[in-house]
Design a protein around this ligand. Structure first.
Ligand code: DGJ
Length: 739
C-alpha cells in the first residue's frame, strides 16, 4: 500500500510488516525519513525539521541553517552542496558535472511494469510509485520507481534517466538503490568467497569511512555476491533489525556503505561505476537494473524468508516453485564421472544405473561437440561430435529417454576457443583490444555479446539443437571473465558501455531462448556460482551453486547462499570420495543429506559403486522425492550455523510437515552430544517425529521440540549427519481458540 500526504509531500510505502517514508522538502530535495518496522503514522516530515545543524558544511539555497549534507538525501548528487559519495553522476557536453535534482511530481499505479531489456520482480498486485526529479538547468529528468510488494515485505527500486534537452550527456554513475539512515551502528553482512568456495557469510562492524563489495569482472562473480545487509549489532537468526539490498543484475556491480562525519549512513547499490559510462543523446532514456530492498525486524531468518518467497513467486520462472507446474528432476551429470573422457557406451551405462537408482534426468556435460576432448578447443562450434557420441545427439537423447530419463545438455555459448571454426571465421567477435595480446583463461576468449550479430549467432546455434534434439534441461555455463575491455563494434567514445551492453545482450539471448523453449529447464552456471544472482535466476530458475562438491565446504556455501536465494534455486550434487577437489572423505549418507538441501543430483561414476553404496543412493532418491516439495517451498530455519555443527529445518508452507538435517563436522573424543532445539513450530500442536533410517517414531508437542529438542546420536567419526521428518498430527492438535 502507498499513502501519499499531498500537503506534506510525504510518501509512505507500507508492506505487511515494514514502512518506508520518503519526503520532498520545501527546497524540492527528496529525503528518506524512515525505513523499518511498520509504523501507522504518516506525518514524519517533522523529523526533517528537527534535524540539528552541524558545522563546516556548505549552505544550501541561501536558506539560513539549511545544509543539505546533514540530511538523509534520497538520491544524492555530487556537490550541490552534498559532498558525500553520490548516487549518480552525469557530465555534459560543456564539460560541467553538476546536476541539481529537485522534486517535480509523482505518479502511482498498480502492477509492476517490465523493465525494458532487464529482468525484474513481476507482480500484478504491487503498488508502484514514481518520484520524478528534474534539473532545471540541464533539463535532465530522473525518475525513481518504487514497487511495494506488500505481502512479501519487499520494496524494489529502479531509476530512469532521460536526457531532455542536452545535445548529449554521459551517465558516469547510476545507483539503482540508495537509502540514508541517521545512525551508524551497523554490521555489514556480505557473501564472499572465491571459485569453489562461494558465498560464505562475512560480518563486520562498519565505521566512519566507506565499505564496499563489488565486482569489476563483467559478471557478478565468485568473490562477492550483489547482496549487502546492514544489521543492528546483536541481530541474530530470529531477532534484530536488518536492512538488505540485492541487485537484479549479472554484471559488474557495486554495493557501498558510507558513514559520514556526523554518524549518518548512506547505503547504495547499482552497476559498477568504475569503467562504466553511457552516452545519452537528446531525448534518449536509460533504465537502471532493479534493486530489491528488504527490512526484517525479526532477524536474518525472516529476511531470508522474504527473499525466498519473493523470488520463488515473483522472479523465478519455469520451476514448480515458480508456480508453472515444472519440477526440477533428480539429475545424473556425467562431468565428475567422466570429465571429457566418454563414449556412448559409457554414457548409456551411467544412464542405466541412474534409472535403477531413482534418478530422473541425464545431463551430458562438456565435451560432446566439435573436437572437444579437453578444454583446449571447439567452444563456439556447436555441432555434435558424432564419432565420440557413436551417432547423432538426437539418437543418444532418444536412447536416454527410452530408459525413462529426461535428457539434459551442457552449453557454454558466450565463449570461443581460439582453436575453433568460429574463431577462425570471426576473430573480431572475441572481446579484445586490437594490437594487444589477448589473455586466455581456461584456454578461451569471451565473445562480444554486446554485438547483435554475435547474439543472433548464439541464439540460432542453441535454438537449432534444442529444436532437433529432445532436450528437457540446459546447463548454461560461463567459465571466464572479461579482461580486455574493448569491443570491435563500439565507437571509441562508447567503449565504457561494453560491460552493460554485454549483459543486455545476454539478457536478450536468454529472453529469446527461454521464450522459444518454454518446456526446457535452464540451469545457470559460471564455473559454479560465479554468476549466482537474481538477474540470472529470472531466466534460469536454478544455478549450479559451486564447482565444489565436497559436502563440508558445501555446508557453508549453501548456508551463505540461503541468506538470499531459495533452496529451489540451488543445484547440489553428491560426488565421489575422496573428493576430486580437496581429497576429503565423507560418508555417502552425509553427502546425500547436504545435497538434499537444494536440487539433488549426482555426478559420480555410478557404474563403479558397490552394492551398499547403491542401496544408500536409492534410499536418498526415495527420501528426496518424499521431501523435495518441503525443501523447495518450505520456510527455512538455520538452526546451527557456526562452529562444529550445522543444522537446517524446513517447514512446509502449511506448517504440517518438516525436515530437519544436522551435521557435526569433526568428531570430538569424550564429548556428550547435546540436543537439537527446533524453531518455527506450533508450541501446542503435536508432531510425529521420525528419525530417517529408523522405524520408531515419537509424538511430542512443538513446545517440547523447540525447548528440549531432538536427541542427537554420538558420532562414530567425522562428518556425521542425522535427519528427521516431522508430521503435524492434526487430530491431536490442541490449538487455542483464536489461533
Ligand atoms: C565448469 C562447471 O561448473 C562444471 O560443472 C562443468 O560443467 C565444467 N565447467 C565443464 O567444462
Amino acid at each position: 500500500m502507498i499513502r501519499v500526504l499531498e500537503q506534506e509531500r510525504t510518501f509512505h510505502l507500507i508492506t505487511a510488516r515494514t514502512s518506508m517514508i520518503l519526503h520532498a522538502m520545501p527546497s524540492g530535495h527528496l529525503i528518506s525519513l524512515y525505513w523499518g518496522s511498520r509504523v501507522e503514522d504518516d506525518a514524519f516530515s517533522c523529523i526533517a525539521k528537527d534535524l540539528k545543524r552541524a558545522s563546516y558544511l556548505s549552505g544550501t539555497d541561501g536558506i539560513k541553517n539549511f545544509r543539505l549534507e546533514q540530511y538523509p538525501v534520497l538520491y544524492p548528487s555530487w556537490g550541490n552542496p552534498d559532498l558525500r559519495k553520490p548516487a549518480f553522476q552525469f557530465s555534459y557536453e560543456d564539460g560541467s558535472q553538476m546536476t541539481d535534482l529537485r522534486f517535480f511530481g509523482y505518479r502511482e499505479y498498480q502492477g509492476k511494469k517490465k523493465l525494458e531489456g532487464l529482468p525484474s520482480v513481476l507482480n500484478e498486485e504491487a503498488q508502484c510509485l514514481e518520484l520524478i526529479l528534474r534539473d532545471s538547468i540541464s533539463g535532465v529528468e530522473v525518475t525513481l520507481t518504487y514497487g511495494v510488494l506488500e505481502s512479501y515485505d519487499a520494496i524494489t527500486q529502479s531509476v530512469n534517466v532521460t536526457n531532455g534537452n542536452q545535445v548529449a550527456m554521459q551517465i558516469e554513475r547510476l545507483m539503482s538503490g540508495c537509502f540514508s539512515f541517521l545512525e551508524d551502528q551497523y554490521d555489514a553482512i556480505t557473501l564472499n568467497g572465491a571459485w569453489a568456495r562461494e558465498c560464505h557469510e562475512n560480518r563486520q562492524r562498519i565505521r566512519q569511512g566507506s565499505f564496499c563489495v563489488e565486482s569489476l569482472r563483467g559478471a557478478s562473480g565468485h568473490g562477492q555476491n550483489p547482496f549487502l545487509a546492514l544489521a543492528e549489532p546483536g541481530t541474530e537468526e530470529d531477532k534484530g533489525n536488518v536492512w538488505a539490498m540485492n541487485l537484479i543484475y549479472s554484471g559488474s556491480f557495486e554495493a557501498c556503505v558510507e558513514v559520514d562525519m556526523h554518524q549518518n549512513t548512506r547505503f547504495m547499490m547499482g552497476i559498477q561505476s568504475f569503467g562504466f559510462s553511457w552516452r545519452l543523446e537528446k531525448g534518449e532514456s536509460f533504465v537502471s537494473p532493479e534493486v530489491v530492498m528488504i527490512h526484517s525486524g525479526q532477524g536474518l531468518g525472516a529476511m531470508s524468508g522474504s527473499f525466498h518467497r519473493l523470488y520463488r513467486e515473483c522472479l523465478l520462472r519455469g520451476t514448480d516453485a515458480g508456480r508453472t507446474g515444472r519440477k526440477s528432476p533428480i539429475l545424473i551429470n556425467n562431468w565428475e564421472a567422466t570429465y571429457f573422457n566418454f563414449d556412448k557406451r559409457k554414457l548409456l551405462e551411467l544412464a542405466d544405473e541412474a534409472v535403477k537408482l531413482g534418478m530422473e534426468c541425464f545431463v551430458l556435460d562438456d565435451g560432446w561437440f566439435g573436437k572437444r576432448n579437453s578444454d583446449e578447443s571447439s567452444l563456439g562450434d556447436w555441432t555434435e561430435n558424432r564419432k565420440k557420441l557413436g551417432g547423432s545427439l538426437s539418437e543418444l537423447a532418444e536412447e536416454i529417454r527410452s530408459r525413462g530419463l529426461l535428457f539434459g545438455l551442457w552449453f557454454e555459448p558466450e565463449m570461443v576457443s581460439p582453436d575453433s571454426d568460429l574463431y577462425r571465421s570471426h576473430p573480431e567477435w572475441a572481446i579484445q583490444v586490437q594490437g594487444r595480446p589477448m589473455q586466455l583463461a581456461r584456454n578461451q576468449l569471451v565473445l562480444d555479446v554486446s554485438c547483435k550479430e554475435v547474439q543472433d549467432y548464439i541464439i540460432e546455434s542453441v535454438d537449432r539443437i534444442l529444436k532437433e534434439v529432445p532436450v528437457s534441461y540446459v546447463k548454461w555455463d560461463m567459465n571466464r571473465n572479461i579482461t580486455e575491455w574493448n569491443s570491435c563494434f563500439l565507437q571509441k567514445d562508447r567503449q565504457k558501455e561494453l560491460g552493460h551492453r554485454y549483459i543486455l545482450g545476454l539478457y536478450r539471448i536468454l529472453e529469446e531462448l527461454t521464450g522459444r523453449h518454454k518446456d526446457v529447464l535452464f540451469e545457470g552456471c559460471a564455473g559454479g556460482g560465479g554468476r549466482f544472482d537474481p538477474g540470472m535466476l529470472y531466466y534460469m530458475p536454478q544455478i549450479w551453486t559451486s564447482d565444489d562438491t565436497d559436502a563440508v565446504e558445501r555446508l557453508d556455501i549453501q548456508l551463505g547462499t540461503s541468506y538470499v536465494y531459495p533452496s529451489v534455486a540451488m543445484g547440489c550434487h553428491v560426488s565421489a570420495c575422496p573428493n576430486h577437489m580437496i581429497g576429503r572423505i565423507t560418508p555417502l549418507s552425509t553427502r546425500g543429506l547436504v545435497a538434499m538441501q537444494g536440487n539433488l543430483g549426482y555426478e559420480l561414476d555410478l557404474t563403479s559403486l558397490g552394492e551398499e553404496e547403491k542401496q544408500e543412493i536409492h534410499r536418498q532418491t526415495d527420501l528426496y522425492k518424499q521431501i523435495r516439495e518441503i525443501i523447495w517451498n518450505g520456510k527455512l530455519y538455520r538452526l546451527k550455523k557456526e562452529g562444529n555443527e550445522r543444522a537446517f529445518l524446513y517447514i512446509s508452507e502449511d506448517g504440517s510437515k518438516g525436515v530437519v538435517s544436522f551435521v557435526q563436522i569433526l568428531a570430538k573424543p569424550n564429548t556428550v552430544p547435546k540436543r537439537l532445539k527446533l524453531n518455527g513450530l506450533k508450541p501446542d500442536a503435536l508432531y510425529r517425529v521420525e528419525r530417517v533410517g529408523e522405524t520408531d517414531s515419537m509424538v511430542v508437542h512443538g513446545s517440547f521440540l523447540m525447548n528440549l529438542g531432538l536427541d542427537l546420536k554420538r558420532p562414530q567419526g567425522d562428518f556425521h549427519g542425522e535427519q528427521w521428518l516431522l508430521y503435524r498430527e492434526e487430530n491431536f492438535s490442541t490449538c487455542h481458540t483464536g489461533e
